[in-house]
Design a protein around this ligand. Structure first.
Ligand code: ATR
Length: 274
């Protein structure tokens, strides 16, 4: 790729971001379509300063990851409706100096889920976690009329999220043992299993069973502790890389206005994971 004075700059801000696969996926997409764009990872602690920098440097777009998806909102000029309702932003587009926030986690999560299991209306789904990532997922699942239960280490946060989005029930992580037999799909939206975090499964092996759909939104180069255990048990596993790819596809189109070269993006991701 030839960088020129006209190259449009995009990137990802978060802390940490050194494990991010987004630069590899987005740059492969720019190259495939021969777009004069480039994408870099920026480790950021001060999100307000980063957004000011985006304005003054005229960056075209940014993805936003942990821990800034919610705290970035006050520094933006506009939000799309989904991002406003979810209360979290993972994509910012700079439209001539006006910064608009989007949430591509919700559609990305649903596209990967529907491709794997079809329609989710009426499906009994347990979401583990009640943080920023869980908010987008619970929003998307309740909009799709799934029967959602939210379980979280702090049960109060699960209950608040359930009442905000009209989920079926909420409780603590210990409640999984009584719910699991009647669950079709189990989603891990906690940060357990992240490369820099706790390397263990949030679910005990005895609670998994053959045929249960296990969707771990945590992605890493290898399997996560949960997906490894789930595969061994004969569960149907949806790895977090599927959601990552789908969210990247939506972000790419927001940054460039072009349809995403999906195969090139998938190939780049798979190469990098090897
Ligand atoms: P994200 O944007 O990735 O969702 P977050 O908003 O910090 O990040 O949320 C992290 C989620 O993982 C929360 O649901 C958190 O539970 P609490 O609300 O009780 O803090 C959950 N989590 C993080 N570490 C955990 C651990 N060691 N055990 C259980 N849950 C954990």
């Amino acid at each position: 790729m030839r960088i020129t004075a006209k190259t449009k700059v995009c990137g990802i801000i978060g802390d940490p971001v050194d494990h991010s696969l987004s630069p590899v996926i987005q740059n492969a997409a720019f190259e495939a379509l021969r777009l004069n764009f480039v994408y870099a990872a920026f480790p950021v602690k001060d999100v307000e300063a980063a957004v000011k920098g985006m304005r003054s440097l005229g960056l075209r777009g940014l993805n936003v990851t942990v821990p800034h998806k919610q705290t970035v909102i006050p520094f933006l000029d506009a939000l799309d409706d989904h991002a406003r309702l979810i209360g979290a932003v993972n994509t910012i587009v700079n439209e001539g100096g006006k910064l608009k926030g989007y949430n591509t986690d919700a559609p990305g999560f649903m596209t990967a889920l529907r491709r794997a299991v079809g329609e989710v209306k009426g499906k009994r789904i347990v979401v583990l976690g009640a943080g920023g990532a869980a908010r987008a997922i619970v929003y998307a699942l309740t909009q799709a009329d799934a029967r959602v239960s939210i379980l979280n280490r702090s049960a109060d946060k699960a209950k608040a999220l359930a009442s905000e989005f009209g989920a079926h029930s909420a409780g603590s992580l210990d409640d999984l043992s009584s719910l699991i037999a009647a669950t079709d799909i189990l989603v891990n939206a906690t940060s357990i299993g992240l490369p820099h975090g706790i390397q263990e499964s949030p679910v005990r092996k005895e609670l998994l069973r053959k045929g249960l759909v296990v969707y771990d939104i945590v992605y890493s180069a290898k399997s996560t502790p949960l997906t490894e255990l789930a595969r061994k048990t004969g569960c149907f596993v949806i790895p977090g890389t599927e959601m990552l790819l789908e969210t990247a596809i939506v972000s790419f189109t927001l940054f460039t206005g072009c349809d995403a070269p999906v195969e090139a993006m998938r190939r780049a991701l798979e190469e990098d994971l090897k």
